[in-house]
Write a protein that binds this ligand. Structure first.
Ligand code: NAD
Length: 337
């Protein structure tokens, strides 16, 4: 199997940036594709891209997944051996009021990726799904064998749809596909729309943080390096044909160790060195009580499971955050190249 050229969509995003950087460090050619949307701080996306553009093997193409001809052109021009589709409209809460963009990016966009893989066969298509497909499930840990036919947000519905579409394309056209259900990913260069990121900003600014369901929630927080390692392990290992001849697989990538939200905040406060002002609010629509990844398949197939504790992971995040956002601690000026 050839690792010569990898197409990573969403390369200006949180996970895409870290994966691209790790592969570029090994001398692998990465084609990054992203529309640099303004869902959150665009400067952060340009800062990530500025780092990637320092690697000679990085090529960036600005384009939209929902534009079929743009996607097609990238495949025609670069003929990727492996495709990692991370571009999507993320966020559960945002999907409640902004459904259209989820259909455009996550359904039409993913369809365009599948079609491009059909016409320009890649050796492996890996794509991001999400733990949100499990909804408010009581049985833990969450297994990829569980019934997830009742998504409680449109975001989750688009991710479940991606899994179904991927199965069909694997079955009909023999495209080897691996879907990854990520569990609450956090770390340096992370997403400002996610709770740990906004909590950090607010705690440092002395503002009040909003805690939903009165803090009675559990999340399987997963550190970014573990996610990247998990994807890397799979790149050259597309699924073998199952008993029906289909080359289709799904994995959870999560810490397999859920933390109570209040404990997570306590660790964050310790890392920052300041106590948060807290406001307790009811559960938000679309939110779930707990997430908890069963990672037996990951261990079985790759001898790997995420291991980073929130104490270590949040420590690294806060260290990065202070350097990046507080210039008097460490002056850094990023600019788009
Ligand atoms: P992100 O928002 O940081 O990255 C996504 C990138 O995709 C962004 O840079 C955005 O500009 C780009 N993008 C969005 N729509 C696009 C389109 N139509 N065309 C081209 N580019 C587009 O998100 P992330 O946290 O890096 O997530 C990566 C993937 O993992 C997403 O599919 C997300 O749904 C999934 N996921 C993330 C988490 C998490 O906790 N971070 C959890 C579960 C699933």
């Amino acid at each position: 199997m050839s690792l010569d050229t990898i197409l990573i969509t969403g390369a200006a995003g949180f996970i895409g940036f870290h994966l691209s950087k790790k592969l570029l460090e090994q001398g692998i050619q990465v084609i990054g594709y992203d529309n640099i949307n303004s869902y959150y701080d665009v400067n952060l996306k340009y800062a990530r891209l500025a780092i990637l553009k320092d690697y000679p093997d990085f090529i960036f193409v600005k384009g939209d997944l929902a534009d079929k001809s743009e996607v097609e052109n990238v495949f025609t021009k670069y003929k990727p051996d492996i495709v990692v589709n991370l571009a999507a409209q993320a966020g559960v809460r945002y999907s409640i009021d902004n459904p259209q963009v989820y259909i455009d990016s996550n359904i039409i966009g993913f369809f365009n990726i599948l079609e491009a893989c059909r016409h320009h066969p890649a050796e492996h298509l890996i794509y991001a799904s999400s733990s949100s497909v499990y909804g408010n499930q009581e049985k833990t840990p969450f297994s990829t064998d569980d019934d997830v036919s009742r998504p409680i947000s449109l975001y989750a519905a688009t991710k479940k749809s991606n899994e179904l579409m991927a199965y069909t394309y694997s079955h009909l056209y023999g495209i080897p596909t691996t879907g990854l259900r990520f569990f609450t990913v956090y770390g340096p260069y992370g997403r400002p729309d996610m709770a740990y990121f906004s909590f950090t900003r607010k705690i440092l600014a002395g503002e009040t943080i909003q805690i939903f369901n009165n803090g009675d929630m559990y999340r399987d927080f997963t550190y970014i390096d573990d996610i990247v390692q998990g994807i890397e392990n799979m790149l050259e290992h597309p699924p073998a044909a199952d008993e029906n001849g289909d080359r289709y697989k799904l994995y959870n990538i999560g810490n397999n160790h859920p933390e109570k939200l209040m404990y997570f905040i306590e660790v964050l406060e310790k890392c920052i060195g300041r106590e948060a002002k807290k406001e307790f609010l009811p559960m938000q629509p679309g939110d779930v009580y707990q997430t908890y990844a069963d990672v037996d398949d990951l261990v079985w197939d790759f001898g790997f499971k995420p291991e980073t504790s929130v104490e270590v992971g949040l420590g690294k995040f806060v260290e990065w955050y202070k350097k990046y956002f507080i210039p008097q601690v460490c002056p850094i000026v990023y600019s788009a190249k």
